[in-house]
Write a protein that binds this ligand. Structure first.
Ligand code: ADP
Ligand code: MG
Length: 403
């Protein structure tokens, strides 16, 4: 028997019909200087929970943060723009309240018409949000009869609107997005169908050490790319030239290589260049032949091919961290090859999961998001979850026994 988080699906119609449901969503979307939303993935991802609630006659009162306004109102981070986009996505009226912790917000939560959604202003305009203030949590709890946390991207933070509020408001359950994230990043990896391949890259090994140690015993193969490969190269004694190497992590990389043995694979070739700003100088070299005046900026073509083959023969693939400086076309090939191989694997029935903000952006840029089994909406949260950490926003929710 195991214990699992209760979700909105576990709530009865009576628990929802006509009830005010306080939903913590993650509408932390990127905007440009004119405050135009440049990527609405997170708003779309939150809509199944809201639709589910509307269909059952519940009244969703939605909370979210946006940006880092540091506990004080800042018009650059108002959720007013999100309200407009959310209304377009849901096709239901979204009312916006320009305060969060106020009598007006409370009154509006009580007078909300069935079929409408009420979005309250940015929770991080409130000084008590990030400090998980108990009094603020208590006041937020008055806004609903039921609490739903669907903000996976913020679940690794114990804030008033993610964790504190649950002390005063029950039932407190996971939303559909939260459930999906927990299922893919948790359950499907715990019991992964084999072969289980992890692909890890990104800029720094230091940020990923705990993910490596947590996943290594579980996987059949771990394929390494990104700048982190260079720290492993140093551990092997290779010349790494101008590459991004974390010198204080070389010993740790050596220890990982020793314990991992053949399960950990390093790139056999690399795309190097004099610098990121000099793509003209880009060329492929063997991994042990990086010129002293060049930096490794992507995995090489042979590595892309062999990683691609390993991915396509796997039943479960988890990817975190780009293989190179994918923001520049000359160094995006390796990252693109991983995305292509995972999309191909998924169409053959493999479970393919992408975690990490930049990796998700790379998959989106390649137009392959819909072809993956799951692309996590949580950057930091997905990493902490993959490290095996308990997420406070999840831990605060109701659980039930499952067989
Ligand atoms: P994620 O957000 O998916 O967890 P990270 O934040 O760990 O990924 O890493 C993404 C960054 O790593 C990207 O900005 C990319 O340019 C950088 N990167 C990848 N490979 C290299 C490399 N060889 N040298 C320098 N930076 C790299
Ligand atoms: Mg990142």
């Amino acid at each position: 028997m195991s214990v699992r988080t209760t979700t909105v699906r576990d709530l009865s119609d009576e628990q929802l019909k006509g009830k005010r449901v306080l939903v913590r969503a993650d509408f932390n979307v990127p905007q440009n200087d004119q405050r135009r939303i440049t990527d609405d993935t997170r708003i779309k991802a939150a809509s199944p929970t809201l639709q589910h609630l509307l269909k059952r006659g519940a009244k969703p009162i939605v909370l979210s943060h946006l940006g880092r306004p540091k506990g004080t109102p800042d018009p650059r981070y108002s959720l007013d723009v999100v309200a407009v986009r959310l209304q377009a996505i849901l096709g239901s009226t979204v009312r916006f309240c320009d305060t969060t912790d106020s009598e007006d917000a409370l009154e509006r939560s009580r007078s909300l018409a069935e079929g409408d959604v009420l979005l309250l202003e940015n929770t991080r305009f409130l000084p008590g949000e990030e400090s998980n203030d108990r009094e603020l949590s208590r006041r937020l709890a008055r806004l609903g009869d039921v609490f739903v946390n669907d903000a996976f991207g913020t679940a690794h933070r114990a804030h008033a609107s993610t964790a504190g509020v649950t002390e005063f408001l029950r039932p407190a359950v996971a939303g559909l997005l939260m459930q999906r994230e927990l299922d893919f990043l948790g359950a499907s990896l715990k019991d992964a169908k084999r072969p289980f391949v992890a692909v890890l890259g990104g800029s720094k090994i230091s940020g990923k050490i705990d993910v490596i140690s947590h996943l290594l015993p579980k996987v059949d193969a771990m394929l390494i790319g990104g700048a982190m490969a260079c720290t492993f190269f140093r551990a092997r004694g290779f010349e790494t030239g101008q590459s991004l190497v974390e010198h204080d992590r070389v010993d740790m990389a050596r220890k990982i290589l020793e314990t991992a043995e053949s399960r950990l694979t390093l790139p056999h070739d690399a795309i190097v260049a004099r610098s990121v700003d000099d793509p003209e100088s880009a060329r492929a070299v063997r991994a042990d032949s990086i010129p002293p005046d060049h930096a490794m900026l992507d995995i090489g073509p042979e590595t892309s091919q062999s990683y691609g083959r390993a991915i396509k023969s796997a039943k479960t693939v988890l990817w975190n961290g780009p293989m190179g400086v994918f923001e520049t076309a000359a160094f995006a090939g390796g990252t693109r090859a991983i995305a292509d191989a995972m999309a191909a694997g998924a169409s053959q029935g493999a479970i393919t999961i992408v975690g990490g903000g930049d990796s998700a952006a790379a998959v989106g840029q390649a137009g392959l998001s819909d072809r993956m089994s799951h692309v996590s909406t949580g950057g930091g949260a997905s990493l902490e979850f993959l490290e095996g950490k308990i997420l406070p926003g999840v831990n605060a929710l109701d659980t039930r026994s499952a067989t």
